[in-house]
Design a protein around this ligand. Sequence first.
Ligand SMILES: C[S@@+](CC[C@H](N)C(=O)[O-])C[C@H]1O[C@@H](n2cnc3c(N)ncnc32)[C@H](O)[C@@H]1O
Length: 256
Amino acid sequence: MESGGGLYQAPLYYDVVNTPGTAPETAALIRLARRFAARSGPGSVWLEPACGTGRYLRHLQSRGRRVRGYDAQPAMLEFAAARLDSDARLATAAFTTPAEKLRHLGHADVAFCPVNSLRHLHTDRDVIAHFEQIAALLADGGVYIVGLDLHVAERQPDEDVWHARRGGLAITQVVQYLPPDPGSRREPVVVELLATRPRGQEHFSFAYDLRTYTERQWTALLARSPLRRLATADADGRPVNGAARLPYQLEVLARR
Ligand SMILES: C[S@@+](CC[C@H](N)C(=O)[O-])C[C@H]1O[C@@H](n2cnc3c(N)ncnc32)[C@H](O)[C@@H]1O
């Protein structure tokens, strides 16, 4: 199931808020891929499940990579397609769509799913189905880089504020991360977004839950999947040793 409330039906606002940090985030993915994937340079194929508005795919395309992506939300994909050149291949699909239905995307040298998008899936079964899909879509020597926060349950309630502007559109977005109920693995996320244009203001509220993981839950899930961990890296794409507790980490996975 696609989740994320109406947030993902407002692609322009999502893109304006999130695009500014994309260049260094893409550089971190490239740094990691260069180290762990058999092919990652210009001409290599990069696949982004849940690609949203394609902000990473645009950066990768401008650096000579061939890009593929899918997303459950047609409005996000439409926005992405309008801004990528014609070599890009995009599909409306879910994390759990069987790989046979995505064969037209071809095999990927590098697949990646940053910023906790995978935490939209709420059962081990769905995550394993997703890893089966990716295992089938990776080329030999390919890697899957997944970005996520572990240890959420130990975190205090938190709030992030973004201010972003594109042309005459200014956006302020406040995201609150609330503690999961005791025993629950659902972290409630509440997004308030204010869009200001010369003609007036619009206000939106969205709410959704992200699944939480401890390191142990994540490792146990991986052990039951067709993917294995090659490395854990920080947000800059620098590998760390397994004991490090990071606020956000990039997991480098490969087929068993
Ligand atoms: C946080 S956004 C990230 C988009 C993009 N990766 C980025 O960083 O800009 C999460 C994306 O996941 C998509 N999504 C949520 N649940 C999904 C699912 N089950 N299958 C595929 N896409 C999904 C949403 O439509 C949204 O575009």
